[in-house]
Every structure is written in structure tokens, then in C-alpha cells.
Design a protein around this ligand. Structure first.
Ligand code: AMP
Ligand code: GLY
Length: 420
């Protein structure tokens, strides 16, 4: 029997802890720091330690006899926490710092893709305003301006004209390099795989909804809802992405001596010319994880354990053929300035079978659940069709409330439209 430690405390980590705890091989799951949702899960315990503090982590790993550490969010990966733990002999699922630059630095990722012929938008990288402006003036619009480093979804501007682009350059450049890239037209999808030293084990396809408002309007967010599977990632397209993007990327990582043991997430634009990479993340997506893990029938623990050892991965994973859908309930003011500390009503009710309310930004305070982050809850359900999953999730969402709660009403709209 094993003890697993999950780093992070968002909706993705609640889903990871919930799924890992279902393994007959897992005795307990330590959530660092976890959230009030993980605190309620069977076999799960929260530890109030920072996922960014390797000394405290190693002390807790020793004290609790942890067999495997699974790193959820990007911040500890980009900070090199996996390196620290591996150096101390701990089995870790999550890439080292050097490979996590695929997410931590847009220009690293772009140059990597360029070197290895991985399909992505054309781009230029700039550190000073005059050469950036000069390049911008030669582009057709819309054109995309990205801050180079981690920006929690706020470092991307789609400029409709030169003036808007120039404003974004002036905003981003004082903080570091920028990437100016070609605007890609098409439908977005999330393709996540377990990558281990050149091997690729794809998860099911999924689709996120990045804009705050219905019909994909309003500002970009970390994700307002997701579902799996998605019609755009049909079996032929999945095979194409595996062959044209994931395998070449996994092989190139090995070739560049960037050993990778973790989830690799390709944010894709499915264009007329085929799938192209918008971004790489070195972790699971949030909120894609919630519906994905609800559909996953395979035991996750032995797979992550095998991966952490660098052993051979199974040829495929077993998925429920039904559809899972997650809608995010967000705080008022999200994403710019979320208003927090409000009491959450309705969390005491049981959502019933094949449904789950994952906590993301909550706290337990004075005997009550309160909002404590921009994205507060992820209500997720598994059902035979997109319509049934939507109906179930929105019915459950009605049970929960706080003043000013924000949620999209159209999660899964593309899948519904493609059925008509
Ligand atoms: P990123 O953080 O790079 O994934 O960008 C956030 C969002 O901006 C993406 O989900 C897309 O909706 C949009 N985006 C980013 N790059 C491009 C691009 N080259 N063409 C079109 N849309 C883009
Ligand atoms: N849902 C997008 C992300 O996790 O980056």
C-alpha cells in the first residue's frame, strides 16, 4: 500500500487526489496544501505546507513515508521542485525545471518547436520596443502579442490593429521579452498526454472555454468550463496530433537531454492546414482535469508510479464512453479583481452518483465554506450525451450560491452545435 503526495490546492488537484484515493493500491493521499474539498475526501489529508518549499516537503515526505509525489500546478515545476525531490531520491511525477520551460517561457517553447519542426504559429521574439514595433508594423491583423513568462492566462493580447498591438508591447516589455505571433484561425482543443522519456500515452481529448462570457466573449480566464470527449478531436485527429506533435515533442525532449516524466498539455488550434500548437503546459489543464478524471476508468496510481520510475507505459487508458462536463463557478470580479470571503451556500447537499463538486478556490472559516479564489468550484457530471451532462451540471449549479456568482451557461456549445 502506498502513500501519495499531491502538490497544489486547486480544482485540478482536488480531482487528482479524489481519483488517486480510489486506487486499491493507495493507502493515503497527502494534499499539499489541498483545499476544503480534498479535506473531505476519503483517505485524503491536507498538510499546511507550501508546495514551493523543498525543505518542508522533504521533511514531510520522510515523516509520512511518501512513495510518490504528483505535482499539480506549473509554479513548483517551473521553480524546480521536481529536481529538488528527485535529487533526494523521491519518486516524482512532473518534469524537471529545464523541461518545464516549455510552459515557463513562451520563447523557449517557440524556439524548441521551430528547431524540431513542430507545427505552430510563425513568430518573432523581442526585448526592445523599437524592434518590436517595427516587426508589428509589418504584420497583418489581428496579430497576437504574448508576454514571455508565466502570466496565469493574462499575458496574451489579440491585437485588432497596430495601436492595440503597440499598447500591449508597452504594457509587457518592461517586464521581460515578448513574442509576436501569427493569429491562427480554427477551433481550439486540449490534448494532454503522459510523456515518459520519449514514450507518449495520450489522455482523451477535451475542450476548455477560456473566455469569461457566453459565446466566447469577454476577457480570457484560466478556463470557465471543459468537457471530454470533444468532436473536434475525433480518432483520426487524435492519431494525427500524436504523430505530428506529441511524439516528435517527446523525442525532441530526449534528444535535447531534457528527460520528461509528467503530463504534457498541448493547447491546439485545429486549422485548415491541420493541428498547430498554441502553447505547451507541463501539467494537466484546469478545468480539463475534472471531466477527464471523471471519465478515466483505469487506476491512475500504477500508471503515474510506472511513469515516475521511467518504465514502459501501458499502450492505452480505459475511458468511460459517456461524456463528462465541468462548469466553473467563479467569484464576482473574476478574472481581474475577484471579490473573496463570501459565504458559499448549498455545499452540504449530496450531488448524487456520477457527479462531483470539485473545490478550487474555497476556504473553511468559522464553520462555513467561503470563496477564497477567482475560480471557486467546478461542478462536474458524467452522462450519456452532451445535453444530459449539461442539464445535470446546470441543475446542480442551482443548488450553490453566493452574491455575484459568475458562470457560463453554454459550456459544451460546440459539441451541441456539431450534433445538430
Ligand atoms: P495561450 O496562453 O498561449 O494559450 O493563449 C491564450 C489564448 O489566446 C488561447 O487559448 C487562444 O484562444 C488565444 N491565442 C493564443 N495564441 C493564439 C494564436 N496564435 N492565434 C489565435 N489565438 C491565439
Ligand atoms: N485550462 C487551461 C489551462 O489549464 O492552462
Amino acid at each position: 500500500m502506498s502513500t501519495v503526495m499531491v502538490l497544489g490546492g486547486g480544482g485540478r488537484e482536488h480531482a487528482l487526489a479524489w481519483k488517486l484515493a480510489q486506487s486499491p493500491q493507495v493507502e493515503s493521499v497527502l494534499c499539499v496544501p489541498g483545499n476544503p474539498g480534498t479535506a473531505l475526501e476519503a483517505k485524503c489529508h491536507n498538510l499546511p505546507i507550501s508546495p514551493l518549499d523543498p525543505t518542508a516537503l522533504l521533511e514531510a515526505i520522510g515523516r509520512h513515508g511518501v512513495n510518490l509525489v504528483v505535482i499539480g500546478p506549473e509554479a513548483p515545476l517551473v521553480a524546480g521542485v521536481a529536481d529538488n525531490l528527485r535529487r533526494a531520491g523521491v519518486a516524482v511525477f512532473g518534469p524537471n525545471q529545464a523541461a518545464a520551460q516549455l510552459e515557463g517561457s513562451k520563447s523557449f517553447a517557440k524556439a524548441f518547436m521551430e528547431r524540431h519542426g513542430i507545427p505552430t504559429a510563425r513568430y518573432g521574439r523581442f526585448t526592445d520596443l523599437s524592434s518590436a514595433s517595427h516587426f508589428l508594423a509589418q504584420q497583418s491583423f489581428p496579430t497576437v502579442i504574448k508576454a514571455d513568462g508565466l502570466a496565469a492566462g493574462k499575458g496574451v493580447v489579440i491585437a485588432e490593429d497596430f495601436t492595440e498591438g503597440q499598447r500591449a508591447l508597452e504594457q509587457f516589455l518592461p517586464w521581460g521579452p515578448v513574442v509576436i505571433e501569427e493569429f491562427l484561425q480554427g477551433e481550439e482543443a486540449s490534448f494532454i498526454a503522459i510523456v515518459v522519456d520519449g514514450q507518449v500515452l495520450p489522455l482523451a481529448g477535451s475542450q476548455d472555454h477560456k473566455r469569461l462570457l457566453d459565446s466566447d466573449l469577454g476577457p480570457n480566464t484560466g478556463g470557465m468550463g471543459a468537457y471530454s470527449p470533444t468532436p473536434i478531436l475525433n480518432p483520426a485527429m487524435i492519431e494525427r496530433v500524436r504523430r505530428e506533435i506529441m511524439l516528435p515533442t517527446a523525442k525532441a525532449l530526449s534528444l535535447e537531454a531534457l528527460p520528461y516524466r509528467g503530463f504534457l498539455y498541448a493547447g491546439l488550434m485545429i486549422t485548415q492546414e491541420g493541428p498547430k500548437v498554441l502553447e505547451f503546459n507541463c501539467r494537466l489543464g484546469d478545468p480539463e482535469t475534472q471531466p477527464l478524471l471523471m471519465r478515466l476508468r483505469s487506476d491512475l496510481f500504477p500508471i503515474l508510479w510506472t511513469a515516475a520510475q521511467g518504465d514502459a507505459l501501458p499502450p492505452q487508458l480505459d475511458w468511460d464512453t459517456q461524456l463528462a462536463l465541468c462548469v466553473v463557478l467563479a467569484a464576482p470580479g473574476y478574472p481581474d479583481a475577484p471579490r473573496l470571503g463570501q459565504e458559499i451556500l448549498g455545499l452540504d447537499r449530496d450531488p448524487g452518483p456520477n457527479a462531483k463538486i470539485f473545490h478550487a478556490g474555497t476556504q473553511w472559516h468559522g464553520g462555513r465554506f467561503q470563496t477564497a479564489g477567482g475560480r471557486v468550484l467546478g461542478i462536474t457530471a458524467l452522462a450519456p450525451s452532451i445535453g444530459a451532462a449539461q442539464a445535470r451540471v446546470y441543475e446542480l449549479a442551482r443548488m450553490v450560491s453566493w452574491p455575484g456568482l459568475q458562470m457560463r451557461r453554454d459550456i459544451g456549445w460546440r459539441a451541441l452545435a456539431s450534433r445538430r
